[in-house]
Design a protein around this ligand. Structure first.
Ligand SMILES: CC(=O)SCCNC(=O)CCNC(=O)[C@H](O)C(C)(C)COP(=O)(O)OP(=O)(O)OC[C@H]1O[C@@H](n2cnc3c(N)ncnc32)[C@H](O)[C@@H]1OP(=O)(O)O
Ligand SMILES: CC(C)C(=O)C(=O)O
Ligand SMILES: [Mg+2]
Length: 515
């Protein structure tokens, strides 16, 4: 069966989702999980767009060995040079250059004639091929471009050395029939198309990103681009887990394989959701909480008699275990280490001790510790901003009663190591806490979003809080989990504030390394 290459852009297009702001530790955790998931190529960022993106891409390029790592660049020599600096240490460095080809984009955004666009594309691909063994060229807004212009520019770009041609539906405008026809047209009319991989990149503005990706595969695409949970610019990108499972379940209609390890889907989806703060809707295909739940009597009756009556995908296929009860109060270090390795985590000795302590604390407070709980503890520890001077919580207390004004007292250590404490009131417990925290930290904070969810089910489930805020004018997100809702709220607030110190710490590290 022909193989489809999977190009994941969760860390680039996915990170373009409004409000998503991953730090380097979080990007690296996602990259390692994408490697376990088996993606062929991962787009780690847009190195020229910021120092943080540059660092993130470089870290990932130096760490990931079993996937090709790529970064995005505009069609300029400076973007390409910066991308090369970030990617040159990768096991298989790859560049992704984009340049728009639609009349709308060429005229209004780029202010260039079609002839100038051809010349720039050719020159930049040639320039990039002097450095990179693999260069993907994307005709941005291909689905609204003139087909014959596309044929002309693609032929020249391939002659200039492009190894992959991508035809994005940048604004999610196309339909499966149209997009399929575009791929067929390019396959049939571009003289040298067989020398390159042909890629599809779909957005979900009209809810057709996955259907369009499949139509592209049926008409000659050999690579699909998308993101985990379908996150991305505006309505998002094609959801890779949906494409992968559709190909698997309907292999009768779509006889194609991928290198994806389907049982890593749930874990990858959970990680991306937790670290980005973008909750997966309960009814989302493949990974939503209700995707395998059977509610109505007739369905339940059918499933009990034979699961295939109403279940076309098994939970096990995508890595959802029906009984994920794990270790308990009396489990020891060896069993714990064994379990977390099964979950795919490889912790340093120091982090292992920290994780074991957190696990033991949890077993004192929670009857049953599940894989979901362990995943939460381990992800928090792996992405903890250690070695950075930051605010640390010493203790807090909240007085709440339905007829009293809620009051919170908080004690913190400042980044300079001083103890500070105060008390404030608010309309509710969380507001009282956040007013107190705002009074304690020197930074100017403006909270813009607060989201509370539970990890798994049950009255003793862990609480998870995601916040969005500006800290001295910089937009950041924060997250915290704990068994108590208020503790998780405090952790999320401090996690958001401390991101600014983490960013500053990394910029200083880069500057001193460059001296
Ligand atoms: C479809 C996509 O997803 S494209 C990727 C989108 N991702 C991003 O934009 C990442 C975040 N972006 C950024 O941080 C910033 O926009 C930067 C750092 C990349 C550029 O910032 P600035 O230099 O301030 O430029 P700004 O964003 O205002 O404008 C973009 C410029 O790039 C030009 N440009 C856009 N696409 C391309 C391209 N493919 N090749 C060359 N130039 C391009 C625009 O025409 C504009 O140029 P102009 O200033 O001559 O008019
Ligand atoms: C950079 C390109 C490939 C893109 O994201 C798009 O066109 O949607
Ligand atoms: Mg895109």
């Amino acid at each position: 069966m022909p193989q489809i290459n999977i190009f994941d852009t969760t860390l680039r297009d996915g990170e373009q989702s409004p409000g998503v702001n991953l730090n380097q530790l979080e990007k690296l955790e996602i990259a390692k999980q994408l490697e376990r998931f088996g993606v062929d190529i991962m787009e780690a960022g847009f190195p020229a767009s910021s120092q943080g993106d540059f660092e993130g891409v470089r870290n990932i390029a130096r760490t990931i060995k079993n996937a090709s790592v790529t970064g995005l660049a505009r069609a300029t020599t400076s973007d390409i040079d910066i991308a090369w600096d970030a990617l040159k240490d990768a096991a298989e460095p790859r560049l992704h250059i984009f340049l728009a080809t639609s009349p709308i984009h060429m005229t209004y955004k780029l202010k260039k004639t079609p002839e100038e666009i051809v010349q720039i594309a050719v020159n930049m691909v040639r320039y990039a091929r002097d450095k990179f063994p693999h260069v993907e060229w994307s005709a941005e807004d291909a689905s609204r471009s003139d087909k014959d212009f596309l044929v002309k520019i693609i032929e020249k770009v391939i002659d200039a050395g492009a190894t992959v041609i991508n035809l994005p539906d940048t604004v999610g405008y196309t339909t499966p029939e149209e997009y399929g026809a575009l791929f067929r047209y390019v396959r049939e009319n571009v003289r040298n198309i067989d020398q390159v991989a042909l890629s599809a990149h779909c957005h979900d503005d009209l809810g057709m990103a996955v259907a369009n990706s499949i139509a592209a595969i049926q008409n000659g695409a050999t690579q699909i681009e998308g993101t985990i949970n379908g996150i991305g610019e505006r309505a998002g990108n094609a959801s890779l887990e949906e494409v992968a499972v559709a190909l698997n379940i309907r292999h009768d209609k779509y006889p194609f394989t991928t290198n994806l390890v389907l049982k890593e889907i749930k874990r990858t989806s959970d990680l991306v959701s937790k670290l980005t703060g973008m909750a997966v809707p309960a009814n989302k295909a493949v990974v939503g909480r209700n995707a395998f739940a059977h509610e109505s009597g007739i369905h339940q009756d059918g499933v009990l008699k034979n699961a295939s009556t109403y279940e076309i995908i098994t939970p096990e296929l995508v890595g959802i275990q029906s009984n994920n009860l794990v270790l308990g109060k009396h489990s020891g270090r060896h069993a714990f280490k064994d379990k977390i390795e099964q979950l795919g985590y490889h912790l340093s000795d120091e982090k292992l001790i920290e994780a074991f302590k957190a696990f033991k604390l949890l077993t004192d407070r929670k009857k049953e510790v599940t894989d979901d709980d362990l995943f939460t503890i381990l992800t928090d520890i792996q992405t903890d901003m250690t070695n950075v001077k930051k605010y640390e919580l010493i203790a807090f207390q909240v007085h709440y009663g339905s007829s009293n004004l809620p009051t919170a007292t908080v004690a913190l250590t400042t980044p300079e190591g001083q103890r500070t404490e105060t008390a404030c009131t608010g309309q509710g417990s969380v507001e009282a806490l956040y007013n107190t925290l705002e009074a304690l930290v020197e930074e100017k904070i403006h909270l813009t979003d607060f989201h509370l969810s539970s990890v798994g089910r049950g009255r003793d489930a862990l609480a998870q809080v995601h916040v969005k805020m500006t800290v001295n004018g910089q937009e950041v997100s924060g997250r915290g989990s704990a068994q108590d809702v208020l503790e998780a709220s405090v952790k999320a607030f401090l996690n958001g504030v401390n991101r600014v110190f983490y960013k500053h710490h990394n910029v200083q590290k880069v500057e001193s390394a460059q001296l």
